[in-house]
Design a protein around this ligand. Sequence first.
Ligand SMILES: Nc1ncnc2c1ncn2[C@@H]1O[C@H](COP(=O)(O)OP(=O)(O)O)[C@@H](O)[C@H]1O
Ligand SMILES: [Mg+2]
Length: 366
Amino acid sequence: MGNILIVDDEKSIRITLREFLLNEGHKVTVAEDADTAMKVLENEDIDVVMTDIIMPRVTGVDLLKTLRRASPYVQVIMITGEPTLETATESLRAGAFDYIAKPVTKDLAVKTVSNAMKVKTLGDEKRRLEADNLRHREELETLVKELEAFTYSVSHDLRAPLRHINAFSKILRDKYKERLPDDGTGYLDKIINSASYMQTLIDALLNLSRLGRKELMIRTVELNKIISAVKAELAPDIEGREIEWHIEKIPEVPCDPALMKIVFTNLLSNAVKFTSNSGDQTVITIKPLPDEKPGFMVQDNGVGFNMKYADKLFGVFQRMHRKSAFEGVGVGLATVQRIVARHKGRIYAESEVNKGAIFFIELSQK
Ligand SMILES: Nc1ncnc2c1ncn2[C@@H]1O[C@H](COP(=O)(O)OP(=O)(O)O)[C@@H](O)[C@H]1O
Ligand SMILES: [Mg+2]
């Protein structure tokens, strides 16, 4: 049940309407003019206001306009003496929920208030969910930051002992080569290789955790310039290969250019890598998102992946292809996702095995 305010200079109407609504279980307050009504609204949590259109001094429509600014979520029902199309249109345009004509019947008053209450309640619920949502997002962002700080300190501290393992294994292998049996040297080689790989993984983690600490430097960026620069840097990787690039103009969007460069470096190097042994003519397309959404998509015609594992795609160290087939450590897409999240955007992918992959990057307009 709602908290209803009735505003009318005619006492008989205030009394009748109040009676109708009290019977329905609403809490009802009355006011005889707009000034009194505004005072009530300041002090009480009113859901619905029913106001006369024509009152001395301040009219109902003016009250409605003031009220829209002061309490935008209150629903307003106008009560009109002669329901002309003009007053009705003016009220609705000024943000009234509905209007009813005098003499007000019980059925119509009760029904209109009940509808206005439904809209008010739904609006309240929606705003509550939005506030919850925002709070959860902020909590999540804090957790991610804590996790990043943890990752940073752990990976940072792991580097020194790992360097020792690597260095002393090498000394052992080189200095005592003659005294070691062949399989002993073989084991040491394995230790050294594993330690080097672990170093690569730790460095990747360290870079990933640094992303969250960096202040975003948002400006309007011509993404096509970044794409050209990244493409030029990939030249050594694509030497001897013939790649058909289709690069369309991406609309400018506010973002951090340095981080966007990391995004394109990862997406384009993946596109180049996962098309390298498909046998077909390689085609890589970069174009804007449909429906003028800010962002872009990167498509290739390479080996693709099984969508069954799509949720793993952006996880740290998660890879869908064997290291023997395609080199990599599996932090590229995790990095891209982190950057896109920091831009309040979203990344997702579509693919089919041997039919290429498309990565969609939505960026926020703000
Ligand atoms: N364009 C692509 N086509 C097919 N699979 C891809 C593509 N991009 C990424 N993947 C899959 O997602 C995994 C994670 O990508 P990424 O984090 O960049 O790691 P990496 O490139 O080191 O393997 C890749 O190992 C691969 O299995
Ligand atoms: Mg990669």
